[in-house]
Design a protein around this ligand. Structure first.
Ligand code: G1P
Length: 279
């Protein structure tokens, strides 16, 4: 706020690309073929972003801006997207349940676009590899310092040997949504990438409102853990919390530095700030 007063936060740009596009591109690079975006009131900019923009394409063509035209076309040609609306913001679990009919009886992935993850192998692909090996639901995990524990779903989990190491894969025994640090079972936090079996749907349906009065996905997964194995994977890569102002700024600076077309000049600018004593 206030930038998100009249536009969805998913459309805030990191450098020049809206947050949600990073999430969609990660899914596409992970091999996902169908995407469902759960939207709500005031979020039509998201649908327009991934749709064909005839007017804009025509304008760019007539002005000979072929490079920008290619960028704009690539977005709408990337993948087919279906939309389902969540009429009221009743929680993440509720949002996932809205996609039930479109998902059907198949495993599926959930990507929260305010968690932006920079990784050599896309985080979602890392999770899908675990799914392929174990045939079970798997959540992305990251260690967080004690003071950040109350911002996350935290797992109670035991390491499982995988690819010759004991520090990446975990079997989840329980989860708790946003506990106080003193009550947390560990400092392994759930980050916004999940691969879930369709049995999660009846589990969410049986979930009562939890933290913040919302239907929490974390609580739905607790029910799932009681029925079938659920794993957590401490992924390789760097995660930025773009839902937080400082996290958003950090991501903006680091993504700009990595850009081949901007990074060099931006680095020079930051150095000049440092040298002039303004940093
Ligand atoms: C959601 C989940 C939480 C998870 C977090 C990851 O919380 O409820 O379990 O740890 O995403 O970013 P939110 O950040 O939407 O409050």
């Amino acid at each position: 706020m206030p930038a998100t007063k009249a536009q969805p936060k998913e459309m805030l740009p990191l450098v020049d690309k809206p947050l949600i596009q990073y999430g969609v591109e990660e899914a596409v690079r992970s091999g996902v073929k169908n995407i469902i975006i759960v939207t709500g009131r005031g979020k039509s900019a998201i649908e327009d972003h991934f749709d064909v923009s005839f007017e804009l394409e025509h304008l760019l063509q007539s002005r000979g801006k072929e490079d920008l035209l290619a960028v704009v076309r690539a977005i709408s040609e990337m993948i087919e997207i279906a939309y389902v609306r969540q009429k009221e913001a009743l929680g993440l679990g509720h949002a996932v349940l809205r996609a039930r009919d479109l998902v059907g009886e198949e495993p599926f992935a959930v990507v929260l676009s305010d968690d932006v993850i920079e990784a050599e192998a896309p985080c979602l692909r890392q999770l899908l590899e675990i799914y392929d090996t174990y045939g079970a639901s798997v959540l992305a995990l990251m260690e967080v310092p004690n003071e950040q524990i109350p911002a996350y779903g935290i797992v109670d989990a035991a390491p499982v040997r995988h690819n010759g190491r004991d520090d990446r894969l975990f079997r989840i025994h329980d989860l708790v949504e946003k506990p106080a640090a003193k009550d947390a079972p560990s400092n392994l936090a759930v980050i916004g990438r999940y691969v879930l079996t369709p049995e999660i749907f009846p589990c969410i349906e049986a979930t009562e409102p939890g933290k913040g009065g919302e239907i929490q996905l974390t609580d739905g997964i607790r029910h799932l853990v009681a029925r079938q194995p659920v794993y957590g994977y401490r992924f390789e890569g760097k995660r930025y919390d773009a839902g937080d102002k400082l996290g958003f700024l950090t991501a903006t600076v680091e993504f700009a530095l990595r850009r081949p077309d901007l990074g060099g000049r931006f680095r020079e600018y930051l150095k000049s700030l440092l040298n002039s004593g303004n940093l």
